[in-house]
Design a protein around this ligand. Sequence first.
Ligand code: FES
Ligand code: FES
Length: 161
Amino acid sequence: MNNTLTYDLKINGEIETVTAPAQETLLTVLRERLHLTGAKRGCDQGVCGTCTVLINGEPMRGCLTIAALCEGAEITTIEGLATPEALDVVQQSFVDTGGIQCGFCSSGMILTVSSILKNNPKASETEIREGISGNICRCTGYEKIIDAAVLAAQQINGAGR
Ligand code: FES
Ligand code: FES
């Protein structure tokens, strides 16, 4: 039985036609077929959050998501946040505070923080900490990551400029 499917994914505003095994994960499609390698493969078991992408604005585990089921959804990867002119406010905050650190967890962290602040621009530090609790920083450098998220919130809310 041939279980290969062809389907369209909307990624960062562009339609990509994918032909892949029916059970292939979104993480594999992104990294190995579309060469969007910003989403990282860490545990590949839904635990670490390095594979996080936004699906209809919500952070989801790319390693646990069947790509073919994402047809019709808006998928955002880290490659889709910046414009050619400037980084997204959350990306810039990670750079400015040093929260970018090793870079391996960063795309998942940044996308998760983006989603938190989009849903709740006035999120408190506690709410931010809870919101990123599913994203693991293996080097345990959470403080600068939190600083980055708080700075981004201030920027979004017009303070701290
Ligand atoms: S690689 Fe997906 S949660 Fe770790
Ligand atoms: S900064 Fe990436 S794992 Fe800690």
